[in-house]
Write a protein that binds this ligand. Sequence first.
Ligand code: GAR
Length: 202
Amino acid sequence: MTGRLVVLASGSGSNLQALIDAAAEGRLDAEIVAVYVNRRGAFARTRADEHGIPQEFVPMRPFLDAATDDRAGREAYDRDLADRIATHRPDAIVCAGWMHLFTRAFLDRVGVPVVNLHPALPGEFPGAHAIDDAWAAHLDHGLARTGVMVHLVPDEGVDDGPVLRTGEVPIRPDDTRETLEGRIHELEHHLLVEAVGELIGS
Ligand code: GAR
């Protein structure tokens, strides 16, 4: 049965595009039923619009402003987002460049697997700047490889959880930060489709 996916993105959405293309070309038996973004200008919105996928910008600021502290604001945001997502009855939620750390309030409420993509190998360079961090390690002490992982999000850990797919990306002597990033994204686009396909049994 065709899997229903909700995709969360904060930026360009090239990984969202990889899922859209794989579904359109029959390589992934999935329908992307909605896209949510937390940054107004995220190009992922345009990609969704171009393919007729409902998309919505849900900013966190109003939830933080209304709450007594940061944690309460994040939890209120997560509950609201989980409720919006539930209206689409997804089989899985895919964080494809989603720059927001979920609280348990989200994970407990959604009741379906949450998948995250990260441009580093398990246990290396968590956070929003993994490619910069790997590049800095290359320049500093000759790090010769980095990688990509796709994993489940079971708890509040940052870019951590049961690994679905992982792949190494060599850092070549003639690489620039940009050529390295290009190869990382190429591998991401491939591994994300594979991992999501296996998860939803397509
Ligand atoms: C991807 O490289 C993804 O792995 C990364 O954001 C990028 C989004 O690219 N995610 C993280 O760093 C999560 N910690 P995209 O918007 O072109 O898909």
